[in-house]
Design a protein. Structure first.
Length: 145
């Protein structure tokens, strides 16, 4: 009597393994995206705190060049370098000032679609590309989606 697997048994095992991988992969991708969203939300809150601190310590003026102005600001909130957008590796979060006398700002991530952006019209933040933008603002009408 021979020991070992037959060709049919090996094919069945390979087929079962491929079905399990096919089921698991989309779930892992979704978990990765959720992790990046959580990372972006946390970093945006930190950047918002840094911008508000800059405002308080610099004659009630928001940063003009972002993130350069807040990287060297005192007190040091974000350290020597600002975090970069996890959905756009190597690039900074977007920053836009607007409203009368540039009294409002929005800091945003491009989001999961990779093309989101935001702007300020009067005192309302609006997304200008896609609908995956994640942002914080001082307009009083913002939320982190």
């Amino acid at each position: 009597m021979k020991k070992g697997f037959t060709l049919i048994e090996l094919l069945i095992v390979i087929m079962v393994i491929s079905i399990l991988i096919g089921i698991a992969l989309p779930r892992f991708r979704g978990m990765r995206e959720e992790g990046l969203i959580a990372q972006a939300k946390g970093e945006l809150r930190t950047l918002q705190t840094a911008v508000e601190s800059y405002y308080i310590h610099n004659n009630n003026a928001y940063p003009i060049t972002f993130p350069d102005d807040i990287e060297g600001a005192s007190p040091d909130i974000i350290g020597p370098t600002a975090p970069t957008d996890p959905f756009d590796p190597g690039n900074d979060y977007g920053y836009v000032r607007g409203g009368t006398n540039n009294q409002y700002y929005v800091i945003y991530s491009v989001g999961a679609d990779g093309n989101g952006s935001a702007t300020i019209a009067v005192d309302v933040v609006s997304e200008t590309n896609g609908d995956s933008c994640i942002y914080v603002s001082n307009t009083g009408r913002d939320t982190i989606p």
